[in-house]
Design a binder for this molecule. Structure first.
Ligand code: ZN
Length: 299
């Protein structure tokens, strides 16, 4: 099944539901960054969260960055997701592996760390990005992003995330976000409905793992709440905006003296994009061209 996002409403338009399947893009991130099992789960959950948060933005070009900085061995996680369905991201220490936690699951909370901060930056496409920070609750990502939504956006929310990874790579990944819509946010009955559904929603990950489609999953979990699924299916993919020209632009910022030094000592330069792991090689002649461009510009 291709990676995709669908939107729905329930409870007479009082609840908004968004679901994502992110199996392939999580597998792509795993391969690009050579992620361990636990790092795959941590990054996969954060990427799915980013896509779910971006889905409620309005203006074309809107993006969300989520930066998780816990005190665990994984270091920081940074993801960048767009309303257009693209996402990219990385973790500082992709090779960290931990034994399973007490429930026999991948110990994402232990790898991320139970203490630290979650930063969310939203660029709504109007040139004034706004950011917000909450303390981590568990480092398991789902709880932490839901806590951000409740405390920073004042939106009662339930968020479920699942990433299944084994020796064959990522076999299933995705997420489901339920929110009481702003106009109904003071409706106590809707909030208690949302809360009472959370246990029922734990069926999300088994349904995901069993290969059900998003439509089938939503029907099973929310079908009795007057669910209305929008017909549009949005495709999702791992995509990074880096390019060789951007790398050359960054090298140029180093200045002529530094570039000359690289030409003489290293006979070129190698740059790796942190977000996607792509390696770019600038040869001696590329660097010489930059030096001569700089000299021309300064005259
Ligand atoms: Zn890149």
């Amino acid at each position: 099944m291709a990676d995709q996002l669908i939107r729905a409403t329930a409870a007479d338009n009082g609840i908004r539901a968004v679901g994502v399947i992110t199996t392939r893009l999580t597998e792509e991130a795993r391969q690009r960054h050579k992620l361990s099992y636990v790092a795959t789960a941590a990054l996969g959950r954060t990427m799915a969260s980013g896509l779910l948060l971006a889905s409620s933005m309005k203006k074309e070009g809107s993006r969300v960055n989520i930066n998780v900085r816990g005190n665990g061995p994984l270091g920081q996680i940074l993801i960048d997701a767009g309303l257009d369905g693209t996402v990219r991201g990385y973790v500082s220490n992709p090779g960290v592996e931990l034994p399973p936690n007490s429930k026999g699951k991948l110990d994402v909370g232990g790898a991320v760390g139970h203490e630290g901060y979650l930063y969310v930056l939203k660029d709504t496409g109007y040139g004034f990005p706004y950011s917000s920070t909450v303390e981590l609750i568990s480092g398991e990502i789902g709880d932490d992003v839901a806590n951000y939504l409740v405390n920073s956006e004042q939106t009662p929310s339930a968020l479920l995330l699942g990433v299944f990874v084994g020796s064959q790579g990522v076999t299933a990944a995705g997420g489901l976000l339920l929110q009481v819509l702003p106009k109904a946010a003071r409706d106590e009955s809707l909030i208690s409905l949302l809360e009472s559904r959370i246990a029922h929603l734990s069926g999300f990950t088994p349904l995901l793992r069993a290969g059900n489609s998003l439509t089938e999953i939503m029907e099973q979990l929310l079908g009795d709440l007057g669910l209305s699924i929008m017909p549009e299916v949005q495709m999702l993919r791992f995509q990074c905006g880096c390019s060789f020209n951007r790398v050359l632009g960054a090298l140029k910022m180093l200045g002529a003296a530094e570039l000359q030094d690289m030409i003489e000592k290293d006979e070129g330069a190698e740059a790796t994009c942190e977000f996607c792991g792509e390696v770019y090689q600038a040869t001696e002649s590329h660097l010489s061209q930059l030096v001569s461009d700089l000299k021309t510009e300064s005259n």
